[in-house]
Design a protein around this ligand. Structure first.
Ligand code: 4NP
Length: 157
């Protein structure tokens, strides 16, 4: 299973989502690949935002080795599930993918916990540290749900 987390800049939200899900995948002993990307290239090559790094570290997760990259149409084929962290990101994923867009493997991340509610993970980029803690909490809860949903299917006939 290959999973891609996508936000706008790939420096605040999706690096946290990558780090959190990868950590839970390792703890659950699953053989999943987790990656992240952004729909813009403003921060390509940069490490995650200092506050994303800080909040991850406070929770025992190291994300400093990640580097931002832009989402490409080729990612549509390369990954099994593409999670957009917000609705505007999903619009951009659709636009960038063009003819390669695959709706059946693209979804809003928060839909895994609150299906159909069109819930965004808010962009903490313009705010202060508390926003990053809030984003961490949301992503942590939804990633826990993703792992638990998968655990329940393991071993079923
Ligand atoms: P992210 O936050 O999408 O969570 O990485 C952003 C970071 C930078 C910008 C926008 C959002 N930006 O426009 O530079």
């Amino acid at each position: 299973m290959r999973i891609l987390m996508v936000c706008l800049g790939n420096i605040c939200r999706s690096p946290l989502a990558e780090g959190i899900l990868r950590h839970k995948v390792e703890q659950a002993g699953l053989d999943w690949e987790v990656d992240s990307a952004g729909t813009n290239s403003y921060h390509t090559g940069e490490p995650p935002h200092k506050l994303s790094q800080k909040v991850a570290r406070l929770n025992g997760i190291e994300i400093c080795d990640q580097r931002a990259r832009r989402f490409t149409a080729a990612d549509m084929d390369r990954y099994d599930i593409i999670y957009a962290l917000a609705g505007d990101v999903l619009d951009e994923v659709r636009r960038i993918a063009g003819k390669a867009f695959r709706p059946e493997k693209t979804r809003l991340l928060m839909d895994e916990l609150y299906p159909g509610q069109q819930m965004d993970v808010p962009d903490p980029w313009y705010g202060e540290e508390p926003g990053y803690h809030e984003v961490y909490k949301m992503i942590d809860q939804v990633c826990e749900a993703i792992i638990n949903n998968n655990r329940m299917t393991v071993g079923r006939p």
